[in-house]
Design a protein around this ligand. Sequence first.
Ligand code: PLP
Length: 365
Amino acid sequence: VLDRGIYNFAAGPATLPESVLLKAQSELYNYRGSGMSIMEISHRGKEFDAVIKKAESDLRSLLSISDDFAVLFLQGGATTQFSAVPLNLCMPEDSADYIVTGSWSVRASKEAQKFCKPNVIWSGKSEKYTRICSFDEIPQTLDAKYLHICGNETVQGVEFKDYPNPMNKSSILVADMSSNFCSKPVDISKFGVIYAGAQKNVGPSGVTIVIIRRALLGHAQPIAPVMLDYKAHADTDSLYNTPPCFTIYICSLVFEYLLHQGGLVAMEKKNEKKAGVLYDAIDASGEFYVSHVEKSVRSLMNVPFTLQRSELEKKFIEEAAKEGMVQLKGHLSVGGVRASIYNAMPLAGVEKLVAFMKDFQARHP
Ligand code: PLP
């Protein structure tokens, strides 16, 4: 049901499931008979304790996260993890490998320069970030402490479909999964650390989820601020300080919703269907609409495309908005159009966009 009359294609903060918003609205004023809003309750009280425990256990069910891993609800956005990762996994003289597939992995690798010796072992820059290397193409650093990837580049729309193995046995795989978190099943056991800002697939902005192998805890650099030391948060079940209670509450409603939808296998099927409908429409447009990303790594979440007649892009975005399809403007740095079609975007929204694209093309022969 489309109650608010629009389809929201924002890249993040992004659209949330209607049922989650309505449930949050109904509980906002008086949380489950407590006489208080969840925003007014101590993070150490029994109500919030139940919220954060359920959020964690539902997320563990969704992603089949074993007890070898800690699940942390942190602040500072995924951007803060660009420093927390090297600060927890490296000493300043250690090296770490970065595969750079777009704007976010550029940022991650640059931030790491402050805390260790990152090597960019592959970059898609010269090809404008339109593909991902084959894994045997990349010479990994023998003694790298970890190999960092960005699972899905939100700006360029390239997504890893499988994952590289770090070459030496003591190294670990680290992934920024901010924009494809919980969009499909993931074999967590392949990773040392996964981090994701919530504001695309699982909630509002304000919380960053970190899934970290417990064996990696307790090795932070001495200069690491306590707020960036994973162990401090793991030891206190994410209650080292006041957490973003309301955001975690909304995430818990989203996790519950995803489980009711059939979990991540079901979500992946829905996401593949939606992305398929949109990419097919682009490919069938005779280059009126152009996707620049190599087909094998096209993102299921963020679909950037351009109009061959670029002078029509502004009109396309404005007319789409008038018809109730909003926030379709491409990222500032690359321009064009970007349709973000996260978990909460219904197939009907993508079908409406595709119908509009065909009509717009017909009106501009
Ligand atoms: N990584 C990816 C893949 C992103 O898409 C974003 C934000 O859009 C970030 C990192 C930065 O996240 P934040 O704004 O939460 O710091």
